[in-house]
Design a protein around this ligand. Structure first.
Ligand code: E4P
Length: 221
């Protein structure tokens, strides 16, 4: 892990892309979901195995069972196999939060996903979640201010001195949402590789470099 604040995660299951992006040393973890795994064309455990072998220490692995017992069973298998690398991703449902409580009691990291309100984040924190994942982009898609939700959750957590549960800002579409998520109180932002790549860019950096290169070439050597 590069730093404990402003943690950057990639939201993808594409192993070669992850490998390249992690070689920058700027990334801290991975989030996956069934859609991303399906797009990769791979089996979930194959993907997690390769990421874990690569040295990635925090991989969100989503369970697909819909009962508390089923989720707990599926999560336990993942934890037995992947140990501390596994962050169990559970949906914000009654069943998911009950499984979260049981896993948290065993010191397993849980990421409660599909959070769309501060009320849901409160329940997830009460259930012992390590991360809550508000979906910024999907709220914006529905004309609800996604970044405002990050602020609202942060305010509740700060006023109520919630320290264990961190805000993981998810469903990110734009570079600006990364900085704004951190400014609004997220500890982690997960983003598609294309957004991560664009974080480097600014038109004035390109222009400035062009001028420096041109002027350097004009210096007598
Ligand atoms: C969160 O962990 C999810 O994998 C993800 O951010 C969903 O993003 P999307 O709305 O772009 O599918």
């Amino acid at each position: 892990m590069t730093t404990d604040t402003m943690r950057l995660f990639l939201d993808t299951a594409e192993v070669p892309v992850i490998k390249k992006a992690f070689s920058t040393g700027l990334l801290d973890g991975i989030t996956t979901n069934p859609t991303l795994i399906m797009k990769s064309g791979r089996k979930p455990t194959e993907v997690y195995d390769e990421l874990s072998d690569m040295g990635i220490r925090d991989i969100s692995m989503e369970v697909v069972e819909d009962t508390t017992e089923g989720m707990f069973r599926e999560a336990s298998k993942l934890v037995n196999h992947f140990g501390d690398v596994a962050t169990i991703k559970l949906p914000c449902t009654k069943e998911g939060l009950q499984a979260c409580r049981e896993l948290a009691n065993q010191n397993v990291r849980v990421n409660i996903t599909l959070i769309f309100s501060a009320a849901q984040a409160i329940l997830a924190a009460k259930a012992g979640a390590t991360y809550v994942s508000p979906f910024v982009g999907r709220l914006d898609d529905n004309s609800i201010a996604g970044l405002q939700l990050i602020k609202d959750i942060d305010e509740v957590f700060r006023v109520q001195c919630v320290h264990k549960t961190k805000i993981l800002s998810a469903s990110i579409r734009y570079v600006n949402s990364v900085s704004q998520s951190f400014a609004n109180g997220a500890s982690i932002v997960t983003m598609p590789p294309a957004v991560f790549d664009k974080m480097y860019n600014h038109v004035l950096t390109d222009k400035g470099l062009e001028i420096f290169d041109r002027d350097y070439a004009a210096i007598p050597k």
